[in-house]
Design a protein around this ligand. Structure first.
Ligand code: MN
Length: 420
């Protein structure tokens, strides 16, 4: 166990009021907690969750938590492959482990499937894990509401689970444990039956973890108990002074980043005695996947910004700076905050130009290169000279620009930039 950290755990499970078999399996060991919800018919579902939990228990410690879940996946898969009666069985699994990392105690969280891990902190409840389910996908896409998800006819369709494929992708998260945190692992038999606000109410009011776990199962049964219900509640009762440290380091700053997932605010101050403890930071749902995503997003933004800058600065045109015909760099109307800049002013005024040239200047016609634009300027300069000698009309028929001078029509799209 990590120094200074003390956990207290409550757990409860029930078959519910409809099913005849409890296919859920839970695990409560020193520093390792898990819930698995088996699928695949009576015996098979029970076997799947049991095999997964046994394998996790056997391999965690030697292996990391993610690796242990991958081994558990293989164990269930192999068992289902060997035994025709168990073919197609699978299970969800979510697990929490207390580990020491760089001298700090942290809680590692992993998930596959649609069981959930919630974190209750400072009166807020955050769903840490993402459901790997059809309705979870629909909800994340904003196509259905959480309320619609709960009653969706296909709410039991799981999109990722243990034992179905030889390899499985495991979501992982990390929590800094603070005194007062309550980490809730549960199967869908809980949150399909009762609202998150109901869960929050129990976590707020029932301080004893065992009593809270039993209360949650009781409420799910009262609401119909359509599925097996399993709850493991892990309380951080001591964090070795971490909350105070965090509070001190946060003092005077305005950090307060909000959890990105569903937040349920507490009712105004139920101010218990423990509220004297300074506030730890809110739970942030930052995973290695979201980190990768953030980095990728930064890359895309940087490329886009670079591309925009390049696009904004890549054009050349001849226009008027005040009354003087001038060479500009950039796009005639600018791009975002990049305005065109004057590169060179000439002595020419618009009236000095051949009428046929004026439109080019007035329309801020774009050239493919500085050279092309300079060529145009030299040409109109020579024309004005010629004009004064030879008279108007003399050079008007000569087309100034060679074909390659004028590409980039005004509607040209920004170039695609380097993909990250
Ligand atoms: Mn279930």
């Amino acid at each position: 166990m990590s120094a200074g950290i003390a956990l207290r755990v409550g757990t409860a499970t029930d078959t519910g009021r409809v099913r005849t078999v409890n296919e859920d399996t839970s695990l409560v060991e020193d520093g390792l907690f898990a819930v698995a919800d088996g699928m695949g018919g009576h015996v098979a579902g029970e076997v799947a969750s049991r095999v997964a939990i046994d394998s996790l228990r056997a391999h965690y410690g030697v292996e990391g938590l993610i690796e242990a879940v991958q081994i558990a996946n293989r164990a269930v898969y192999d068992r289902a492959t060997e035994d025709p009666a168990l073919r197609g069985m699978g299970t969800t699994i979510c697990a929490v482990a207390l580990v020491e990392r760089d001298g700090d105690a942290v809680l590692d969280v992993v998930n596959v499937g649609d069981s959930r891990v919630y974190v209750y902190r400072q009166g807020e409840l955050v769903q840490l894990t993402e459901d790997h389910s059809l309705v979870g996908d629909l909800e994340r896409d904003g196509r259905i509401t959480p309320e619609e998800a709960r009653v969706h006819p296909q709410r039991n369709v799981v999109t990722r689970s243990i034992g179905i494929e030889p390899e499985v992708e495991v979501d992982s998260f990390e929590i800094d444990p603070y005194r007062g945190d309550r980490v809730l692992l549960c199967s869908d038999g809980l949150f399909d039956m009762i609202e998150d606000t109901d869960i929050l109410g129990v976590l707020r009011n029932q301080t004893d973890p065992e009593a809270a776990a039993e209360r949650l199962v009781h409420l799910a049964n009262e609401a119909g108990g359509r599925d097996n219900i399993t709850v493991v509640l892990v309380d951080v009762v001591d964090d070795g002074g971490k909350a105070e440290d965090a509070s001190a380091s946060l003092a005077g700053t305005t950090v307060a980043s909000r959890p990105v997932d569903r937040i349920l605010a507490d009712e105004p101050a139920s101010a218990g005695s423990s509220e004297q403890v300074p506030s730890p930071p809110p739970v942030r749902r930052m995973t290695w996947r979201s980190t990768l995503f953030s980095l990728a997003l930064l890359g895309v933004l940087a490329a886009a910004a670079g591309g925009t800058w390049w696009f904004a600065r890549s054009g050349w045109f001849v226009g008027l700076d005040g009354e003087r015909v001038s060479l500009f760099r950039g796009r005639p109307d600018g791009v975002l905050w990049f305005d065109p800049t004057v590169e060179r002013r000439t002595n020419l005024r618009l009236d000095d130009l051949q009428p046929s040239r004026r439109a080019t200047v007035e329309d801020k016609h774009q050239f493919t290169s500085r050279e092309a634009a300079e060529r145009f300027i030299r040409r109109v300069q020579s024309e004005t000279t010629t004009t004064t000698i030879a008279g108007p009309g003399q050079t008007a028929t000569t087309d100034a620009a060679s074909p390659d001078d004028t590409v980039l029509p005004p509607t040209s799209a920004p170039p695609t930039t380097a993909a990250p």
